[in-house]
Write a protein that binds this ligand. Structure first.
Ligand SMILES: [Zn+2]
Length: 298
């Protein structure tokens, strides 16, 4: 049987695919699009040219692909060609989209934080290099600043105005899907101070945070409209804040760890509607956690 050329379309060779994904930085080649799931677009349409020529192909996401072919905001060929500039490295950025809608809230452990009015709140600030703050614009929430640093003060993760940058560094693993960003690191003193690692290895519930010799440094997830869950580990010298889905722990010198779980009930059923809500409308110099737990500065 002979192949009819007009109907036969061979698969794109794996090396062509790989080169095009790399060229796009392992994300959608559209610099205005955060999508990671990509497919190959033939700038020279297959049905006309019948060739898989990388010079005339590009890795873009299915949404952008749709706009390249049709749609009210069609993406012009000249625009698509302008995206075909090889990036030197895979992208090390992510973006957290939070569907707007009242009331904007941050969930840490089993406690929600929000701000009645004003333009934001510091959840806590161990230092400029280890902190969480958020900003509220009408009906919307922005993680204004979320920074996690290593023991010598180098930022491993920085999230500003919902844009995340993670360090290009051996051992740092970044995962994302729409609505969730997660960074894990090896449980070594390169990333977490020695004294704290001992706590993580031995004391319950901190050792729950270590899985397969790795610590989840930050895990941010949009769990509802306008609502973000923040889990993570922030360490500054002998002070620390640790939050996962079930608790918030604070470590202070001379005191050790204090933990808060909100309600006693485990939130395994994911019914989060009755969790305590802490509203803060005080000055920005005081963190929400400090005011709520009535503790002196961290
Ligand atoms: Zn795209």
């Amino acid at each position: 049987m002979t192949k009819n050329k007009s109907n036969y379309r061979p698969a794109v060779p794996p090396e062509t695919k790989r080169d095009l994904y790399r060229e796009a930085g392992n994300k959608c080649a559209n610099p205005g699009c955060p999508n990671r799931l990509v497919e190959l677009h033939h700038i020279h349409e297959w049905h006309v040219y019948q060739t898989h020529d990388a010079k005339h192909m590009i890795a873009i996401c299915p949404t952008c692909h749709g706009h390249a072919h049709y749609g009210e905001m069609k993406i012009e060929e000249s625009t698509i060609r302008s995206w075909k500039k090889a990036r030197p490295n895979p992208s090390n950025t992510g973006y957290l989209y939070i569907e707007p809608g009242p009331p904007p809230r941050i969930l840490m452990g089993r406690i929600y934080w929000n701000r009645k009015d004003g333009d934001g709140a510091i959840v806590f600030q161990l230092s400029a290099r280890n902190q969480v703050s958020f900003r509220v614009i009408p009906g919307n929430i922005l993680l204004a600043s979320l920074v996690v640093s290593d023991p010598v003060g180098n930022a491993i993760v920085e999230l500003r105005e919902n844009h995340l940058i993670h360090a290009r560094r051996e051992g740092v693993k970044f995962e994302q899907r729409p609505g969730q960003l997660r960074v894990t690191v090896p449980a070594t003193d390169e990333f977490v101070s020695c004294a704290m690692i001992d706590n993580f290895q031995t004391s319950y519930p901190l050792r729950l945070l270590v899985k397969e010799e790795r610590i989840t440094l930050i895990d941010i997830q949009v769990i509802d409209i306008g609502t973000v869950q923040v889990e993570g580990v922030w360490i500054e010298g002998d002070r620390a804040v640790v939050a996962n889905a079930d608790f918030v722990y604070i470590h202070r010198p001379g005191i050790g760890f204090n933990g808060w779980t909100g309600y006693d009930k485990v939130r395994g059923d994911k019914d989060l509607s009755n969790l305590p809500l802490v509203t803060f409308d005080g000055p920005l110099e005081i963190s929400v956690m400090q005011a709520f737990f009535k503790i002196p500065a961290f």
